[in-house]
Design a protein around this ligand. Sequence first.
Ligand SMILES: C[S@@+](CC[C@H](N)C(=O)[O-])C[C@H]1O[C@@H](n2cnc3c(N)ncnc32)[C@H](O)[C@@H]1O
Length: 285
Amino acid sequence: MLSNAHSTIALSMDVFRIIRTAINKRFGILFSDSDRYLLESRLSARLTDLELSSFEEYIAYFKTTSNDAELDTAIELLTNNETYFFREDYQLSAFNDELLPRLQMQKRKERQLTIWSAGCSSGEEAYSIAIFIAESGLFSGWDVRIFGSDISSRMLERARQSRFGKSAFRTTSEYLKMKYFKRQGAQWELDSQVREKCSFAKINLLDTDRTAMLGRFDAIFCRNVLMYFDKKARINTVHLFHRHLNPNGYLLLGHTESLFNQDTPFTQVNLREALVYQKQESALA
Ligand SMILES: C[S@@+](CC[C@H](N)C(=O)[O-])C[C@H]1O[C@@H](n2cnc3c(N)ncnc32)[C@H](O)[C@@H]1O
């Protein structure tokens, strides 16, 4: 008999490990043994949609489809997409006060600035960066592009809509909210000039075919993403960022994601309020 929409289907440790390994291989995300109940409760809804009554059937279903396509669907139910405007604002302030003036000097001939928000969820990080750049007044008349990427189509769709509810503004000043957003019922719509600087695409950071098509950036933000990865995926992703930064470009990670004690090609830069990483000018690749 099939379960109704609210029931949970039991996930054995053996099957949990098969699913966990497949997810880890494709996305780098590592679930611990204690996450079994999370997978059980979140994936039960997926099994119900597929009219499957056990996780053993789900594994068999995997084999009749492309594993990757099903994993892309399943991961939407499993990742933490938490984000909001001006998150870790001490780091964004350091970016604003210390890195943007440096980047303006570094890029003054090209007058082009490109920033990547990798693992951008619903876009608040990319748009916060765009707002800081607009506020700085340092790049008027420049070609400024902010690129956001994520594995979640659902989150990217929200990012493209650029309309946000109350919780997205939990640390936003009234000044910036009023200046860059217009109220639309219960939501707030981002100013079109800021929105136009930003574009979004679905990219799995572990998909080397897809990431090989990306160009180079002056700064890469990847915050609260690597903390979910295993060590190998973290190292590979840090090297990916190194390849995709311009010489002297900067990498900004979340506050729990320091590269301390890790194999890294980056140089650590201690700003007044934050720690960032820089690709040295002479660095090859
Ligand atoms: C907690 S959110 C962080 C959002 C934003 N960077 C911030 O700090 O507010 C983590 C995001 O990373 C994305 N993610 C996880 N694994 C990924 C992968 N392999 N490739 C790209 N994005 C990934 C998730 O879909 C999720 O939206």
